[in-house]
Write a protein that binds this ligand. Structure first.
Ligand code: PMV
Length: 324
């Protein structure tokens, strides 16, 4: 590896308190802070190589050459790195996910986190974690949270510089797991970049945002105190509130399928029977079921029995983005 190349790996994350809506969409400055958990075992691995011989940036994802909007978004991040490092070379970017792209696990978080770390190092920049998190945020908001380790809070901040994510607890702090019910493997109809822009059209968004500091505080405390019941209550409320905003946006965003509801109902009834489980849903139909690692195998087996559940992915709490 020469001094103009680097490879980095980052995990996706699941939001406990959701990011939905921007106050500045170009800078991806959110209207509220968010809290998430990194997902161990799932990752994007990305190599960036700045080369004097290239006329244009090149992007290969899972073996396929990508142009258009996807390449533009990556070049935007590379431009910021070139500017900061004072280099003009174009780059070759080669990226692989170890989880199926069509499986409905958002890959933009792990992808832009791995890109931000690999690109800065390839350009010779040794930035602190907060600066890499800020750069990742400019590619995809949730990517800012895939830079630090374990349980992570993205502070909304005052401006571009301080809207960054920090670890609030390391992975070993709490043995939680995420069992993801895959109920549809199709690509989502509306991506989150367009979704954030629709958030202010819902009459419920103002109330969701106004109440966010309270939910963040309850979630942060539940994580720090390892209080599963408190966590379950706040993450289900937060997910329901985001989906209420989505369903009441104009045009409406409706991500749930019948199997989505079937999993939500099962989770509620298992919890009533004493099993520690809680659901949360991102901008898609798949349901993330959070539980202690001790219950992960049992929960995944129960989930597989629900009609309409095609597969269940399992992940423990993941570490930070890192160079490989
Ligand atoms: O980072 P984006 O623009 O893909 O937005 C992510 C939005 C949600 O996944 C729905 C919520 C979140 O905080 O991850």
């Amino acid at each position: 590896m020469n001094s103009h190349s680097a490879t980095a790996q980052a995990s996706p994350n699941i939001a406990f308190i959701k990011y939905w809506g921007n106050r500045d969409s170009a800078l991806r400055l959110p209207v509220n802070g968010s809290i998430s958990m990194n997902l161990d075992g799932l990752f994007t691995r990305t190599s960036v190589s700045f080369q004097p011989s290239l006329a244009l940036d090149e992007l290969v994802i899972n073996g396929r050459q990508v142009g258009g909007k996807g390449l533009e978004r990556v070049s935007g991040i590379l431009d910021l790195v070139r500017q900061a490092a004072g280099i003009a070379f174009r780059a070759e970017v080669v990226s692989e996910n170890n989880f199926p792209t069509g499986a409905g696990i958002a890959s933009s978080a792990s992808a832009f986190a791995a890109l931000a770390l690999a690109a800065t190092r390839a350009a010779g920049l040794e930035w602190p974690e907060s600066a890499v998190s800020r750069l990742a945020r400019l590619g995809s908001g949730s990517a800012s949270r895939s830079i630090p380790s374990g349980f992570v809070e993205w502070k909304m901040g005052q401006a571009d510089d301080d809207s960054v994510a920090v670890s609030i607890a390391p992975p070993e702090h709490w043995d939680l797991a995420d069992c993801v019910a895959i109920v549809s493997s199709g690509h989502k109809a509306t991506g989150s970049t367009e979704g954030h822009a629709l958030a202010p059209t819902s009459p419920l968004q103002g109330a969701r945002v106004a109440d966010a500091p309270r939910r963040l505080e309850l979630c942060r405390r539940a994580v720090l105190e390892r209080d599963f019941n408190a966590l379950a209550a706040i993450i289900e409320l937060d997910s329901d509130m985001m989906h209420a905003v989505m369903m009441t946006s104009q045009p409406q965003l409706f991500y749930w399928k019948p199997a989505t509801l079937a999993v939500m109902e099962s989770v509620r009834s298992w919890r009533n029977d004493g099993l520690p489980v809680a659901y949360t849903i991102d901008a898609g139909p798949n349901v993330h079921v959070i539980c202690p690692q001790a219950e992960m195998a049992q929960v995944a087996a129960l989930m597989r029995e629900i009609p309409g559940v095609l597969d269940v992915l399992q992940a423990r709490v993941g570490g930070p983005a890192r160079l490989v």
